[in-house]
Design a protein around this ligand. Sequence first.
Ligand code: AMP
Ligand code: ZN
Length: 112
Amino acid sequence: MDCIFCKIANKELGTELVYESGSVVAFHDINPQAPVHILIIPKRHLADLGEISPEDESLLYEIGVAVKELAAKYQLKDGYRLVTNCGPAAGQTVQHLHFHLLGGRELGWPPG
Ligand code: AMP
Ligand code: ZN
């Protein structure tokens, strides 16, 4: 399967990883929508949250830890947003589960 985020997780593209744990990596979004815009992904290929299964029980905890540590690392003390787009109506363009961590500016609500 030709998946760009699998290649990033496998360190095939030389993308700088700003965080790594057993099952998770994170890197800067190539088209940032905020001063801090990091993508947090499982190393294992899942198209979106709809493919999550019992073997991923610890994965969401690991993603939570990644968020916490990245929010501290990038000094997002005033707040941040965590977003995952699932499916075409939400505008998902990469079919490998990813969470956008956005911060460093005021974030409007509701999102578009
Ligand atoms: P989504 O629209 O939720 O599927 O988000 C996909 C995100 O991946 C977009 O914000 C893109 O800018 C980002 N993206 C695509 N390719 C790369 C890449 N090679 N490195 C970093 N970010 C990427
Ligand atoms: Zn993948």
